[in-house]
Structures are given as structure tokens and as C-alpha cells.
Design a protein around this ligand. Sequence first.
Ligand code: FAD
Length: 583
Amino acid sequence: GPVKRDTEYDYVVVGGGTAGLAIAARLSEDPKVQVAVIEPGTYYQISNMIVGEVPAGCSLFAGSDPADTNSAVDWDIVTTPQEGAMNRSLHIARGKCLGGSSARHYMVYQRGDKGCYQQWADDVGDQSYTWDNLLPYFQKSVNFTAPRAPPRAANATADYNPAAFTNGSGPLRVTYTNYASPISSWVQKGLTEIGILPTQDFNSGSLLGSGYAASTIDPKTMKRESSQTSYYEPAKNRLNFRTFILSKASKVVFDANKKATGVQLTDGQFIKANKEVILSAGVFQSPQLLMLSGIGPKATLDKYNITVIADRPGVGQNLTDHAFFAPSYRVKVETFTRLASDLIYIATQYLFSFIGSQTGPLTNPVADFLAFERLPGGLVSPDTQKLLDEIPTTWPHIEYTAASGHIGNFSNLRKDQPKDGYQYGGIMVALTAAFSRGTVGIKSASIDDLPVVDPKYLTHPGDVEVAVAAFKRARKVYASEAMADVLADPNEYYPGVGVQTDEQITEAIRKSIGPLGGHGSCTCRMGRVDDPNAVVDNKARVIGVTGLRVVDASSFAILPPGHPQATVYALAEKIADEIKKGN
Ligand SMILES: Cc1cc2nc3c(=O)[nH]c(=O)nc-3n(C[C@H](O)[C@H](O)[C@H](O)COP(=O)(O)OP(=O)(O)OC[C@H]3O[C@@H](n4cnc5c(N)ncnc54)[C@H](O)[C@@H]3O)c2cc1C
């Protein structure tokens, strides 16, 4: 039978992922407070050995092909057939381990723009969510180390703003990889030619422009930094901090006053929460757990005979994500294509460069160069342009990422690399202000069944127009004069020169569009208490009950443009602070 545990704590955190370990570590700083974390996975250093820690390993087991997974460390979530994507069902990687998706992701550390957080503050009716007021929480979470050149190449200087990291003695190590992808400096020139100019950094509230991205990488070892290596490791031996690995929550339990009293586990145990339960099970499983516990759209709960505790129609709605696609080209510089197909090269790189001197392509998380822009005027219909113009002026519509390899339809980055001796490079195009919204549902009253995930990519007609316009912009980057010298073949490899009309481009995009890692958010959306579709209030408290919060990407009010981990950590820091203040 299961090991007998202490079963009473002040705070029970469900999910030892990105937000969960951050908030649990902060709450346990007070030795008088007893904190427990429930996590179904284990250490990814065991369940995803080497691959989980080496930055270039992030490209493995994260494709949209349902077979491109490692079930030991992934939830194997596959979407419903996507109407906007030629009815393909797409795997969306989600970490099942201590560290959660921070143990699976591509390590880009980047904050949103000032306008997006102003929107968050206005939506929620709480100006503590503006950029200026969140900045101390961004800074509190990180410990920054400036890029080093050498070992970075002289033509790959990463600019940064030291002031973005003032007071940076936090747990999460952020730096720049020791090896810049050679294709990135070429893509930067191509971007400049189409009018997207270099900018200093992506951590100071403004994103428009191009530059190298900071990464959550340990500057000493060049290994992945996750919420487990950063927040959890220094806290785990505290006497008031318990972690239950290989343990899954099946539901939150309430008393007659609708106060959360604890968490039921699948092994039959009940873990009592004297103060609060905090759900940090992520964008798909936090709304699932709410529904299984009786909080959600009444019709859904009735359908599965779940007793309604609070009828909250917004639970599982409003799924916001960054879908992406990527044309690719044959190039003359070494890219990930070589790593993917040359085992002897990987082995020597690992032993002599990565372990030996913390250098070489394995230290690179495959996509290290970003650019953001507002779509130039005149490229979409007046209706769509109007929608784009309504988005706060600092919030980019598009993100371009230099891709060191062929992405294709993102089904399996390793297997899909062409084996014809050429190196490949590309440019990933993500919709960072997408209008399409998806849903997360349930198919039974049991946690043994995965949630039903329907991101509804490209179902809003405005997104299709923006995607086609951005695709043409991306093509211009590789067709630039500046990039001519690096192309091994002037013709586009994928989707190829035969794709020319808007109809053909739309079809090519629908055939290849996929989740940009899984930036999914807002399925337990934060909002005003009187908003019937809000799920949590400005302190992340679930509306309609007491003693329960949701703190993770699901409780975002909006999805900031770009990569969400910085905001996940900042939110966890902010809510930990609110709890400590007694709010
Ligand atoms: C492949 C990939 C690439 C990405 N690239 C980037 C990037 O480069 N930069 C960036 O900023 N963001 C990136 N992201 C997004 C980022 O990783 C997520 O937004 C972030 O990690 C979400 O944090 P979270 O706390 O909401 O969820 P998670 O970190 O996923 O944590 C959820 C936790 O809950 C646990 N759990 C689930 N169900 C239960 C249950 N029933 N009981 C108990 N526990 C449960 C899970 O095992 C997991 O540990 C990427 C994501 C993926 C998947």
C-alpha cells in the first residue's frame, strides 16, 4: 500500500510545475507554515535523463505528432481534430515531473510588453498588474548573468539591459547560451531589410524589434534551469515543506460552507489543507480539476453527474495560445539538422564541448533569436485591420523566431530533418495577438481520463488573414539580399516555391500550423468578481468558493505576447506575497 504520510498542512499545492514549486517555495519561507506539494511525476533528471537537462534536448519529444512523446515525463495530451488545421489532432507537450513544463520548454526568458499588462490590470480592475507594478516580481524571481563573449562568437553579441534585472538575486538563473546559432545573425540582417530593426532586449517592457533571447540556463553548467532546480532545490529540505511525488490529485473537497478543506488523491488518501488549496496543475488540468470538483459550467457538470459547488461558465473557456508555422530553406551554415542526424557528432559534442567546456551547439535551446512586430498597414482587410489596431500599441501582432533547422509541420523535429546532406534553416512565425479562442472540457468525472483540449487554431477569419500576411513577410526575410550569401539553394524548401496564391498559402499554413510549445493560458481566467465568465479574482481566488486559488498559466487574464514563463513566475511571486500579507 501507499506510504503513510502526514496528512495535514496549511497550504496544499496541486502540481509541482512552474508556478506550483515557485509559490510553494515562497510560502514555506515562513517556518511556521506547513506546505505540501502534490506532483504525479518525478525528477526529470531521471525520467528524461540527459535530454531534460541539455538545452538542445528541448527539441525532442515535443512535436505535434502524438508519437513524438516521452510518456515518462509528458502528459501525452492530444487535441481534438483541428478544423483550422486540416483536421489534424496535435500533440501538445506538457511536463509531468517536478518542474512541470519548465522542465520541457525551450528556455526563452522574456517578459511581455507594457500594453499587455495594462490590459490585464484594466480587465481585472486592479492596477497592481501594470508593468511598473509587476516589475519587482519579475526581478525578484531571477538571478541574471550577463552573456559571455567568448565563448559566444564575436558576431553574435547579445545586447541586454542590466537594469531589467536590478535586485536580481532571485532563485531562477537567467543568462544567454554560450553558443549562438550561426543562422541567427543572418536572419537578423534579413529582418533589418524588411524593416524590423535590432532592439536592446525583451525584458524591459518593449518588444518591437529583433535580438537574442535570454534563457533559463545555469551559467556555470549550461544546463536547463527549471522551477525544480531554482525554487525547489534550496527549499526542499525545510522541515515545513513536503513534496509527494508520483501522487495525483483527483479532486478538491469542500465543506458545507463551500470552503476547500483539502485534496483527494487517486491512491485514496486525503490531504487536509487547514488554510488553502492552491491549484497549479497548468492550463489543461487546473480547469479539469475545478470541473471534477464541482466548479464549472453547470451543463457540463450535470452531464457527468458532478455535484455543482459553483456554476462558473468560464472554467475551461477562453483558451488562448500562440499557433505557429515556419517556412524553411537550405543554408550554408551548420544548424540543428546536423545534430539531429549525426549520432557520433552528438556524442563528441556532449562529452568534449558540453560537459568538457560548456560550449557548442548542445548548449543552445534551438531557437535563440526573436523578433516582434506590429503587422504593417494595408496587408489585411479593413475589418481585420480594425481589430489589430484595437490591440494596445506596444503589443506585437507577430513573433518571428530564427529556426536552426527544418520545422516542417512540427510533427517531429528530429525525424523530420531532411537527410540529404544539406543544412536547413527557417523562420518561425507565431500569432502573438491571435483572436481564436479554444476550450478545455472533460470526458468523464474521473481524473484518469485526460481533459478534452480544443485550441481552435485559425478558426477566427482575422487570424487567417494575419497568418497569410506574416507568412509573406517571413519569406521576404530569407529572400533578402542580406541572406543571399547564406542560402545553399535560392528556392524555398518548405512549403516550396509552388505555394504562391493566398489560397495556396492558407492551405500550406493549415497543413503545418501547430502549438508554439504550448503557450496555452487563460482557461481559469482572472477577472472582476462581477464578471460571470471570470474564474478567479485579482488575488487568484476562485470566485464562488473560499480557501481555493488557481495560480499558473490558466489564471492569466490575458496571454502576453511571446513566451509566458517569466509571467508565470511573476504571478506566483505576486500571489505568494498576497497570501503572506493575509490577502
Ligand atoms: C515544449 C514547450 C516549449 C515551451 N517553450 C517556452 C519557452 O521557451 N519560454 C517560455 O517562457 N515558455 C515556454 N513554454 C510555455 C511554458 O513552459 C508554460 O507556459 C509554463 O511552464 C506553464 O507553467 P504552469 O505552472 O502553468 O504549468 P506546468 O509547469 O505545466 O505545471 C503543471 C504541473 O501540474 C501537474 N499536474 C497535472 N495534473 C495534476 C494532478 N491531477 N494532480 C497533481 N498535479 C498535477 C503537472 O505534472 C505539472 O507538474 C513552452 C511549453 C512547452 C510545453
